[in-house]
Design a protein around this ligand. Structure first.
Ligand SMILES: Cc1cc2nc3c(=O)[nH]c(=O)nc-3n(C[C@H](O)[C@H](O)[C@H](O)COP(=O)(O)OP(=O)(O)OC[C@H]3O[C@@H](n4cnc5c(N)ncnc54)[C@H](O)[C@@H]3O)c2cc1C
Length: 430
């Protein structure tokens, strides 16, 4: 049972000592570990409190058929430089890998599965009349999307969610057929629940400027670095959390696991890198990993994986063919196949359901798995920022390692600037 702590106050602040202030970081996921590391490197005495018996949060490993695989995040978006810079700093730069260049597929509500249109952003097509778009959503849907080019620029310009913007500019076929499967598969949210500010800070501005959503997507795609939009770590993304925890310990961070902070006392400096204590546990999502030996999957018939449209017979919202996506996973399984299916909630019979869904998605009857693993996570709800408290982590930074790492770096830098000694030797911001 995790210990509980009532007092999060740190030792009393002593006015003009040339000592840095003690800081308590609540939450030992990537965000908390990174803030703790940076503050310790900046000379602060740091205590990190983690509710469970291990740090890493949504980065964690699990053993399936004798191989350590990611149970949580298995890749990171390559937009921005924060994650790569951190991985390199931690000495893991040589293990950054990109997925095999296999396309992702779309399991549609009706009709056969199709490759996802090649050029787009969040499922929004850059070229609405491209043949792969027409194949995915039909000619009528594609023509409706094309109308975006001639609509007044005011249409959708006040949208606050991804769903609102896409519906207004390109219509329901693009929204339901292309954008919603990506929103569900990647963010486990409906497009109407995804704030534009969370998924892209610039999409709406570019749309307003061009007067066309497709033109905005084309510009953003052209500006994106060449190559894969995601990358991973050979051996698993969980190695990033392990390396961060090691670096924290070497820098003197006092990591206390099994300690759940249940109150926030306003004394001392506290950084909250977890959901607000006492809020609900978050939305459950379940990841089922199956390892199978079958020649039916040898040709990677659905590329690196599949996003599932609502209304199909499949309960999973996404499937990743891990051994088709990552070379290191294929090498580790030596001819067997590993697939990972994601569910909203917790299926009653997760392995049976995953096997049925994988068979439907691949269009074959798959054999029983050699081994399997099931992990249910609770994804935190977005929370508003807080003027009284320093906050970082997924509830305020947005979902995904690219957002979380960048936000934690900025938060730590602001605290370090804030607590730099003044001329009199006093420290600010405690
Ligand atoms: C199945 C899955 C797949 C994902 N895939 C990807 C992906 O491919 N790419 C990507 O970029 N991102 C992915 N993510 C999201 C990514 O993992 C998260 O956005 C990121 O790891 C969040 O880090 P964090 O430190 O903010 O939060 P968390 O990792 O959730 O860490 C918060 C920590 O705080 C602790 N805590 C909570 N309350 C308290 C308390 N009161 N007191 C003390 N400790 C507390 C928790 O136990 C936890 O360890 C995925 C997530 C999941 C679950």
């Amino acid at each position: 049972m995790p210990r509980k702590t009532r007092g999060l106050s740190s030792a009393p602040h002593s006015g003009s000592r040339i000592e840095t202030a003690p800081v308590t970081v609540i939450g030992g996921g990537v965000a908390g570990l990174l803030v703790a590391l940076r503050l310790a490197q900046g000379g602060h005495r740091v205590t990190l409190l983690e509710a469970t018996d291990r740090v890493g949060g949504q980065l964690a490993s699990q053993r399936v058929a004798g191989v350590e695989l990611d149970a949580g995040a298995e890749s990171f978006a390559t937009r921005g430089t924060a994650v790569v810079a951190l991985i390199e700093e931690l000495g893991l730069g040589g293990d950054i890998v990109t997925p095999r260049p296999a396309p992702a597929w779309l399991h549609r509500a009706r009709g056969p599965a199709v490759p996802l249109p090649a050029v787009g952003l969040l499922g929004i097509p850059a070229h609405p009349l491209a043949s792969d778009v027409v194949r995915a959503i039909g000619l009528a849907g594609a023509w409706r999307a094309r109308i975006d080019a001639v609509l007044p620029r005011s249409v959708g310009s006040r949208a606050t969610t991804l769903g609102e913007l896409v519906a207004a500019r390109m219509g329901r076929s693009v929204l339901d057929g292309l954008v919603a499967p990506i929103a569900r598969g990647v963010y486990s949210r409906e497009p109407d629940d995804l704030a534009l500010a969370v998924v892209s800070s610039t999409l709406l501005d570019r749309m307003r400027e061009h007067g066309s959503l497709a033109a905005a997507v084309r510009e953003l795609r052209e500006a994106a670095p060449a190559g894969s939009l995601v990358a991973g770590l050979r051996g698993g993304m969980f190695r990033l959390a392990d390396a961060l925890a090691d670096a924290c310990r070497r820098s003197g961070v006092d990591i206390q696991t099994g300690v759940r902070a249940d109150t926030l006392l306003p004394r001392g400096r506290v950084v909250l890198a977890a959901p607000t204590p006492g809020t609900d546990a978050g939305r459950p999502v379940t990841v089922v990993t199956l390892v199978m030996r079958t020649p039916l999957l040898d040709g990677a018939p659905r590329g690196s994986g599949v996003l599932v449209a609502a209304g199909s017979a499949v309960d999973a919202r996404a499937l990743t063919h891990l051994t088709a996506k990552w070379d290191w996973v294929a090498e580790a399984f030596a001819g067997a196949h590993a697939v990972r299916l994601s569910y909203d909630g917790a299926p009653d019979d997760p392995v049976g359901q995953a096997l049925r869904d994988a068979s439907t998605i691949f269009g074959v009857t798959l054999p029983g798995p050699l081994d399997s693993a099931v992990r249910t996570w609770h994804r935190p709800a977005p929370e508003p920022g807080d003027h009284e408290l320093t906050r970082t982590g997924e509830p305020v930074a947005g979902s995904g390692l690219a957002a979380v790492v960048a936000h934690a770096e900025t938060t730590a830098a602001a605290i370090l600037t804030d607590s730099r000694p003044t001329a009199t030797g006093e420290r600010m911001g405690e």
